[in-house]
Design a protein around this ligand. Structure first.
Ligand code: SF4
Length: 213
């Protein structure tokens, strides 16, 4: 892949990854899936959403976020003037865990190393929005709590990382709806920053604590 791949090259590279995903047997989850779910959207999207794992409907259709959480995600995108065609949506792992259990650390390591990392490298999104704690844990310190850091962007390596609740968690707990909607609205400011900035500046390191003694 050249240094700055064009749109066709990115599409071809993503399709080739998707083919690998559909035939993948690198972790035990392959044996229980109906369809693997590689991800979908613009090959050169500025914004990439990363959820946790396919659920029942995603597993049936081979597409990300097609159940109730997907409808809610569509609504949230619509509220800030975006649609699925403007972004890329995928998950940390590409096959549904049995009974929708949490993905295991070994499954996450295998799957992200094989596919997600390469998808990010090809798409080169300028903003990665994590949906839920499993994708948040890929980019934020391990002891981060989503209830504390949601909606707080981190700028690093020329990119913005933006932690959000998982839409399914919001559907389970309607009290989170206004919070989620505010976090989505705040993305508009981040998108403006991306549009205006040639480069996303990294955060300055935290100031050193002065000792009083
Ligand atoms: S979850 Fe990922 S690594 Fe495991 S079988 Fe599916 S595509 Fe392969």
């Amino acid at each position: 892949m050249p240094d700055t791949p064009n749109l066709d090259e990115r599409r071809a590279a993503l399709e080739s990854i998707a083919k690998e995903v559909r035939g993948c047997d690198q972790c035990p989850l392959h044996s229980g899936r109906t369809k693997a779910v590689p991800g979908a959207g613009r090959a050169d999207a500025d914004i990439m959403f990363i959820g946790e794992a396919p659920g029942y409907y995603e597993d049936q259709q081979g597409l990300p976020f097609v159940g109730a959480s997907g409808k809610y995600l569509d609504q949230l995108l619509g509220q800030i003037g975006l649609s699925r065609q403007d972004v890329f949506i995928t998950n940390v792992i590409k096959c549904r865990p049995p009974g929708n259990r949490d993905p295991l650390p070994a499954e996450i390591e295998t799957c992200t190393g094989a596919y997600l990392d390469r998808q990010i490298e090809i798409i080169r999104p300028r903003l990665i929005a994590t949906l839920g704690r499993f994708s948040m844990a890929l980019f934020f310190p391990k002891n981060s709590r989503i209830s504390r850091i949601h909606g707080q962007p981190k700028r690093s390596g020329g990119r913005i990382y933006y932690p959000l609740f998982h839409p399914a968690a919001v559907l389970r707990n309607p009290n989170l709806r206004p919070v989620m909607e505010e976090d989505f609205k705040r993305m508009l400011t981040l998108i403006e920053e991306i549009d205006q900035a040639g480069e996303i500046e990294d955060e300055p390191p935290p100031p050193k604590q002065l000792s009083l003694f």
